[in-house]
Design a protein around this ligand. Structure first.
Ligand SMILES: NC(=O)c1ccc[n+]([C@@H]2O[C@H](COP(=O)([O-])OP(=O)(O)OC[C@H]3O[C@@H](n4cnc5c(N)ncnc54)[C@H](O)[C@@H]3O)[C@@H](O)[C@H]2O)c1
Length: 386
């Protein structure tokens, strides 16, 4: 009788996404230097690249194209207008089809110019094209500069059976090799979009500590005044705010790139914000919902006995000075609906609700299965009874 063949058993070690190096630069003049930056990062071997652009960021795109042209680089440009309904598989298919028809190679970088929508979409396309091509992000909104472009998360939305759009349900980790931001590109940003980005900066300051909060408080007036009218030469604290905020997000991501632990702290305020955003016909920008969520999280932290009662009014006063909402306007929303939407949040850990709360400025911690009273205190703080 033949002996049973031995079962093959091999273990392959794969390089982890944590090993990828991402260079982040943010400063005035970075966009006009993009060709040099690409060369320094070793991304011009082919002499050409794929540009995926949000046409809403036309001035920034023109600056990028000027730099590429002067350096003699070639490119193929694909425009995808911003908007959650464009951050979908059909847009990925279009990018992939054009890229392949153009003859993209494994070393051809995909450079995305625009806000977080086009950044997330282009990054996802870069992660699947030929099993991954080098990604360069040129964020042109405040939200994308301090948040979406840092951390390697790519995403598209998925149309659910009931016709609604499931946000960020499909995606991958594909860190950009290079992120280039230029505060000058924010000059054309609609004021509301600028303010929405400031909400994430407040979140980063709360996660960082007293000094960061004091910086924001000292500059809240001048930063709010920048919305729609950023002045050349007098940055009102914007450049330093960008540097601080990018440093906080980068530090937290570097500690836990794949979101297995401490990176979850970046969800401060977001469990409330996601529930608010899930309400149909609620016209909040993500940053505006985050603003409400931050006030709620601060109040919930007080109810948990973790934070000083003076903290929520301090957060609310700062957000208010930055022109962000801190209470539900007009007719109160359905509190019980918001509570159930909150329980659907995809960031629940092992099926349980988990809230990121603060034990002090710069001291976030996850509270799993928060008591009802803690959750309700957050909603109450923004004017919602449940
Ligand atoms: N990957 C991540 O880690 C991460 C983190 C946060 C947010 N996001 C995603 O980011 C998206 C939101 O990004 P956003 O807030 O940048 O919004 P956005 O990309 O929708 O841009 C907002 C608006 O600003 C316009 N715009 C962009 N740059 C401009 C400029 N320089 N001048 C004038 N107009 C300009 C756009 O055309 C759009 O109308 C969401 O889809 C969210 O899911 C991703």
């Amino acid at each position: 009788m033949n002996a049973r063949p031995e079962t093959l058993h091999r273990r392959l070690e794969w390089p982890s996404p944590e090993a990828a190096t991402c260079e982040i630069r943010c400063g005035r003049g970075e966009l006009s230097a993009i060709a040099d930056r690409l060369a320094a990062a070793g991304l011009v071997a082919e002499g050409r690249l794929l540009l995926v652009c949000d046409p809403g960021a036309e001035a920034a795109i023109a600056e990028v194209e000027r730099s590429l042209g002067e350096a003699g680089l070639g490119w193929r440009r694909i425009d995808v207008p911003a908007g959650e309904s464009n951050k979908v598989q059909a847009s990925v298919d279009r990018i992939v089809a054009e890229a392949i028809e153009w003859g993209i190679g494994r070393d051809t970088p995909l450079v995305a110019v625009g806000g977080g929508c086009v950044g997330d979409l282009a990054a996802f396309a870069a992660s699947v094209l030929l099993r991954g091509v080098p990604l360069v992000l040129v964020p042109t909104t405040l939200m994308a500069m301090v948040d979406a472009s840092i951390g390697g998360k790519t995403a598209i939305n998925h149309r659910l059976a009931d016709g609604s759009l499931g946000r960020n349900l499909v995606g991958s980790f594909h860190p950009a090799r290079l992120v280039l931001g230029d505060p000058r590109s924010l000059a054309t940003l609609p004021p509301r979009e600028f303010r929405a980005g400031l909400a994430e900066c407040v979140k980063h300051a709360m996660l960082d500590g007293e000094e960061s909060l004091a910086f924001l408080e000292a500059h809240a007036g001048s930063l709010a005044a920048l919305a729609g009218t950023p002045a050349e030469g007098d940055d009102g604290g914007l450049d330093r705010l960008l540097a601080r905020s990018i440093a906080v997000k980068s530090r937290i991501v570097a500690e836990d790139p794949l979101e297995r632990g401490s990176r979850r702290h970046l969800n401060l305020g977001h469990t409330y914000a996601h529930a608010i955003e899930s309400l149909p016909q609620v016209p909040w920008r993500h940053g505006e919902a985050v603003s409400l969520g931050l006030v709620a999280a601060a109040a919930a932290s007080v109810e948990a006995g973790w934070l000083d009662p003076a903290a929520p009014p301090r957060v609310a006063a700062m957000l208010d000075r930055l022109g962000l909402p801190t209470a539900w306007p007009g007719e109160a929303a359905d509190g019980s609906r918001l509570r159930s939407l909150m329980r659907l949040d995809k960031k629940r850990s092992r099926g349980r609700l988990a809230l990121v709360l603060l034990r002090g400025w710069g001291r976030p911690e996850v509270l799993a299965d928060p008591p009802e009273a803690v959750v309700a205190a957050g909603w109450r703080a923004i004017g919602i009874r449940c």
